[in-house]
Design a protein. Structure first.
Lengths: 432, 424
C-alpha cells in the first residue's frame, strides 16, 4: 500500500516503536498488539480523532452562534450549570439529529418492528446517505486521480456542471428506448466533463499555465454557461417561469434500488464500480503506472521515456469524465429531474475534500464520500429539527480534512505514538 | 591556453519562438477584427467622452472606419512582431496590439448601441476599473508578501471573505467604519494565522491547506451569517461607509483626476500600499531578508536570519492586507455582507500575482487588467450589447485564462516557494 517514499522534509520523528515484549521475552498476543497500535498515529486513528476534534470545535461554534444561549453566559460565573447544561443539551441534540438523519433512526426502526411504521422510514437515513454519497464518489475519484498525477484539479465543480448539462440535454432531448437512453445520457455526461477537463490539461501541457487558476476560472465559466443555457428556447421549460430546463424522460433516469420512496439509485453501484476500475487502473495498468510516475517525479518520468504532457492531458480528461459522470448522477438520479442553476450544489468542491480525506486512494475516496454523504444527510435533519444551519456541515467537513491533512497536530493533541510507517502526508509538497 | 574571442555570438533559435507565435496570433486577431467588427459595425459614430458630462468634450470616430482601422493597426503590430523588426519593443507592441483589437471591438459595440447610449464614458470606465481592481490589488499584495517569503497563499479568497465578514460584523456592532476596518484586518489575520501555523509548524502541503482554508472560511462565515446576521440584520449586518475624498489639485486633471484621485480611503490605501510594499521589499533590509528566505532559506539561516519567524510575520502581514481588501467589500462597495460575496476574486488576485511576476507594481497592472475586463462587462451590458449578459460576465474569467496561458510567458516563482523549511 506504500506508493511514495517518506518525504524527509515532512517526517518529523523516527518512525518505529515496537510493542514491548512480555517479561518472558515472548511477543504479545494479537489483542495486545492491536491495542498498542490503536493509539499510534496511523491513518484510521488519526481520521477518527480528527472527526472527534472537528465535532468538538463544531459544538463550540454552535454554542457561540446561538443567540438564545448568550444571556445564560451573561451570568456564567454565578451559576455556570445553567449555561453548561443548556449548551450541552443544544449540542448533543444537534449531533443526535445528525446521527439520526444519516445512519439510524431508532424511533423509525421501533416503528417498523411494532408495525406502526413502514420499513421505508427505517432505511430512509441510509438511503439518504448513499444518495448524497453517489456524486461525491465520482468527483472524489476525479480529484484523487488528478492528485496522483501531480495535478491540483480544483475544476471538479465545473466539470461536474458540464457533465450534468450534457446528460440533462441528452435526457430530455433525445427520444430513445429505456436502457439505451440511460447509457447515452451517461456517456454524454462523461463527454461533457471530459472536454471541460481536457482544456486545463492541454493548457498546462502546452503553456505551463497552472491548473489551479485555469480550472477555477472554468468553474465560473461553466456556471455562467448553465445560467445562459437555461434561458434558451430549446432548453427551458415552457410551462414554467423560473430558470429550469425541461424534465428528463423517465427512460433516461437511473433506476431506484429500494423502491420509489427511497432516494438511492443505481448510481451508487456505478460509483463503486468506478472506484474499483480506478483502483485497478492505478495498480495494474500501464497508464496507471505512468500516471503515478509523472505525479511522483515528472523529470524522472521524462527521462524514462514517458510523455509528461500527454499523460497530463489524459489524466485531466479522465478526471473530467469522472466528474461529469458525477454530475450526471444528479440530474439522472434522485436529486433532481431537470437542470437548474444550483442543481449541482457544491459536489465539485466537496469532491476535493473527499479526495483529501481519502488520501487520494480510490477505496479511501469511497469511505470518505460515505462519511460526507452521511454528514450531509444528517445535516439536513439537523437543520430541520434543531435549527442549526447546514453551513455547519461545511465547517465540520473542512475541519476534518484540515486535521487529517495535519496528522502531526492530531498526534500532538492526543499524545499518540508515532506510527510504524510515518507516511502521513497526503501529497508531495510542491508549491508552484 | 589560447585566448578565444567571440566577435559574434550566434545562438541557434527556433523559427517559431514565442515572439513569432504571439505575432501570428495578434495578426490573425487584427485581421479578424478588421473584417468581422468592421462588417458588424454601423456607420454611426463611436464617442468616447472625456468628462463626466455626457454632452461634454469627447473624441469621436466613425464606427466602421474605427473598427477596420484599429483592426489593421493590430495586424500591423503582429506583422512587426513576426518579422522581429523591433525586438526591444516586444511588450509595448503586444500591449498596443491588444489595445487596438479592443478598440476595434468597442467601435463596433458603441456604434451599434441604441440612440442616446452610443458613447463610452471614459471617466466612469476608468474609475470603475480601479474600483473593480481594488480587491484584486489587495489580494495580490497579500500574495506578494506571503509568497516572497516562501509560503504559497491560495487562501486569498478565504482571507478576503473573512475580512469582509468580520468588517461587516464589527462595523455593524460598533456602528463605526474605522473599527470595522480593524475587524476586517483581524478576520484576514485569522485565516492567515491558520495558514502560517499549519504550514510552518505542521508542514502541511500549502496548496492543499490554502484550498481547505477557503472552504473553512466559506463554511464559518456562512454559518455565523445564517445564525446571527440573517435573523437580525439591523444589529449585525448594517455597516457605515467611508466618506469620499477628493485630492485638492490632482482631482482636477482631465480624465485621471475624477477616476484615480477621487475615492474613499480604500483606493488611496491600496495605491499607497503598492508603493510602500515595493519600496520595503526591494530597498530595505527587511525586504532583502524576506526575499532571501523565499529564495534560499538554508543560506539565509546560515547568515543568521530567523527563517521561520520571518515567514510567520510575512504571512500574518499578508493576512492583514487581505483583510483590508475584504473589508472593502462590506464597508465601501455595499453596506452588508452576503454569503460567498467574494465570488472568485481571490483566485483572480492569485492570477494577478503570477501575471505580475510576484512584483507589487506588476501585480497592480495585472489587477487593473482584470478589473478592466470586469468593468467592460458591466459597461457592455449597460449599453444593451447583443452579446448575452452571461457571456459578458465570463469576460474577466476568460481574460484570466488567456493571460495565464498565453500572455505571461515564462514565470519564475521565488525558488523556495511552497517548500517547508526544516532546520538541519
Amino acid at each position: 500500500m506504500n506508493d511514495s517514499p517518506p518525504n524527509p522534509a515532512t517526517t518529523t520523528e523516527a518512525p518505529t516503536t515496537a510493542p514491548p515484549a512480555d517479561k518472558e521475552g515472548e511477543p504479545r498476543s494479537l489483542g495486545r498488539l492491536f491495542l498498542h497500535n490503536l493509539w499510534t498515529a496511523n491513518t484510521v486513528t488519526v481520521t477518527f480523532l480528527a472527526v472527534v476534534l472537528a465535532m468538538v470545535i463544531g459544538g463550540i461554534l454552535i454554542v457561540v452562534a446561538s443567540e438564545d444561549l448568550h444571556p445564560l453566559y451573561g451570568y456564567f460565573f454565578s451559576r455556570p450549570t445553567d449555561a453548561l447544561t443548556a449548551s450541552w443539551d443544544k449540542v448533543s441534540e444537534a449531533y443526535l439529529n445528525l446521527f439520526r438523519g444519516s445512519i439510524l433512526d431508532v424511533a423509525a426502526i421501533e416503528g417498523w418492528i411494532n408495525g406502526t411504521g413502514r420499513w421505508h422510514l427505517a432505511f430512509f437515513p441510509i438511503a439518504e446517505t448513499l444518495n448524497y454519497a453517489t456524486p461525491l464518489v465520482f468527483t472524489g475519484l476525479c480529484v484523487a486521480l488528478a492528485f496522483r498525477g501531480g495535478l491540483f484539479n480544483i475544476g471538479a465543480q465545473g466539470q461536474a456542471v458540464m457533465g450534468m448539462v450534457l446528460a440533462g440535454l441528452a435526457g430530455f432531448a433525445l427520444p430513445l428506448p429505456p436502457g439505451l437512453h440511460l447509457l447515452v445520457a451517461l456517456l454524454a455526461g462523461a463527454v461533457g466533463g471530459l472536454v471541460w477537463g481536457f482544456i486545463p490539461g492541454f493548457l498546462k501541457a502546452r503553456t505551463g499555465a497552472h491548473e489551479v487558476i485555469t480550472t477555477i476560472m472554468l468553474n465560473y465559466v461553466a456556471a455562467l454557461f448553465l445560467n445562459w443555457l437555461l434561458l434558451q428556447n430549446g432548453v427551458k421549460d415552457p410551462a414554467r417561469l423560473d430558470p429550469i430546463s425541461k424534465v428528463v424522460h423517465s427512460s433516461a433516469q437511473l433506476p431506484r434500488l429500494l423502491g420509489s420512496d427511497l432516494r438511492v439509485t443505481l448510481g451508487i453501484v456505478l460509483a463503486v464500480l468506478a472506484a474499483w476500475g480506478a483502483a485497478w487502473m492505478l495498480k495494474r495498468s500501464t497508464f496507471g503506472f505512468e500516471l503515478r510516475a509523472v505525479g511522483a517525479n515528472p523529470d524522472a518520468a521524462r527521462t524514462a521515456g514517458m510523455s509528461v504532457g500527454r499523460t497530463t492531458v489524459v489524466v485531466m480528461a479522465l478526471a473530467g469524465a469522472l466528474a461529469g459522470l458525477g454530475g450526471s448522477t444528479i440530474v439522472l438520479g434522485a436529486q433532481a429531474n431537470a437542470l437548474t442553476g444550483p442543481a449541482a450544489g457544491t459536489i465539485g468542491f466537496d469532491g476535493i475534500m473527499v479526495a483529501l480525506l481519502g488520501r487520494a486512494k480510490p477505496w479511501g475516496v469511497v469511505g470518505a464520500a460515505l462519511l460526507f454523504g452521511a454528514l450531509r444527510a444528517g445535516g439536513n435533519r439537523m437543520q430541520s429539527y434543531s435549527g442549526i444551519p447546514l453551513e455547519l456541515v461545511t465547517v465540520l467537513q473542512a475541519l476534518i480534512v484540515l486535521f487529517v491533512a495535519a496528522p502531526a497536530l492530531v498526534k500532538a493533541i492526543f499524545r499518540l505514538r508515532a506510527a510504524r510507517a510515518a507516511r502521513l502526508e497526503t501529497s508531495v509538497a510542491k508549491g508552484w | 591556453m589560447t585566448a578565444v574571442s567571440f566577435d559574434e555570438l550566434v545562438v541557434a533559435e527556433p523559427l517559431w519562438n514565442r515572439e513569432r507565435r504571439i505575432g501570428v496570433g495578434l495578426a490573425v486577431a487584427g485581421v479578424a477584427a478588421a473584417v468581422g467588427f468592421g462588417a458588424l459595425a454601423t456607420g454611426e459614430p463611436a464617442r468616447f467622452t472625456l468628462t463626466e458630462d455626457p454632452a461634454g468634450g469627447s473624441v469621436s470616430i466613425d464606427g466602421m472606419f474605427g473598427a477596420v482601422l484599429f483592426g489593421l493597426l493590430a495586424a500591423g503590430a503582429g506583422a512587426v512582431l513576426i518579422v522581429r523588426a523591433a525586438r526591444r519593443w516586444f511588450a509595448w507592441l503586444l500591449g498596443a496590439g491588444i489595445v487596438c483589437v479592443l478598440l476595434s471591438f468597442l467601435c463596433w459595440q458603441i456604434s451599434s448601441a441604441p440612440a442616446g447610449l452610443n458613447f463610452m464614458p471614459l471617466v466612469d470606465v476608468l474609475r470603475g476599473t480601479f474600483l473593480a481592481a481594488l480587491p484584486l490589488i489587495f489580494g495580490a499584495l497579500a500574495g506578494v508578501l506571503c509568497e516572497r517569503s516562501g509560503v504559497v497563499n491560495v487562501a486569498i479568497e478565504g482571507q478576503l471573505l473573512t475580512g469582509a465578514f468580520a468588517g461587516a460584523l464589527v462595523g455593524s456592532i460598533t456602528a463605526s467604519a474605522w473599527v470595522g476596518l480593524v475587524g476586517g484586518i483581524a478576520g484576514g489575520v485569522l485565516i492567515s494565522a491558520m495558514l502560517a501555523w499549519f504550514s510552518i509548524r505542521y508542514l502541511v502541503d500549502q496548496v492543499v491547506l490554502g484550498i481547505v482554508l477557503n472552504f473553512f472560511a466559506v463554511g464559518l462565515t456562512g454559518f455565523i451569517y445564517a445564525q446571527l446576521m440573517r435573523p437580525n440584520a439591523e444589529r449585525y449586518n448594517k455597516t457605515p461607509g467611508f466618506p469620499v475624498w477628493e485630492l485638492p489639485l490632482l482631482s482636477k486633471i482631465p480624465v485621471l483626476g475624477p477616476a484615480v484621485f477621487t475615492g474613499t480611503l480604500f483606493l488611496f490605501l491600496g495605491l499607497i500600499l503598492v508603493v510602500v510594499i515595493n519600496v520595503a521589499l526591494f530597498r530595505t533590509r527587511w525586504g532583502l531578508r524576506t526575499r532571501s528566505v523565499g529564495e534560499h532559506p538554508a543560506a539565509a539561516d546560515t547568515v543568521g536570519i530567523k527563517v521561520l519567524r520571518t515567514r510567520y510575520v510575512n504571512v500574518l502581514l499578508a493576512g492583514a492586507v487581505a483583510g483590508i481588501g475584504g473589508a472593502y467589500f462590506t464597508l465601501d462597495l455595499v453596506s452588508q455582507f452576503s454569503q460567498d460575496m467574494v465570488g472568485g476574486k481571490g483566485f483572480i488576485a492569485l492570477a494577478a500575482l503570477i501575471f505580475g511576476r510576484w512584483n507589487p507594481i506588476g501585480a497592480l497592472f495585472a489587477a487593473l487588467f482584470f478589473g478592466f475586463a470586469d468593468k467592460l462587462a458591466t459597461y457592455l451590458s449597460s449599453i444593451s450589447s447583443p452579446i448575452p449578459s452571461d457571456f459578458l460576465a465570463m469576460l474577466p474569467y476568460v481574460a484570466t485564462i488567456l493571460a495565464v496561458a498565453g500572455l505571461v510567458g515564462r514565470v519564475r516563482a521565488p525558488a523556495a516557494d511552497g517548500k517547508p523549511y526544516v532546520k538541519g
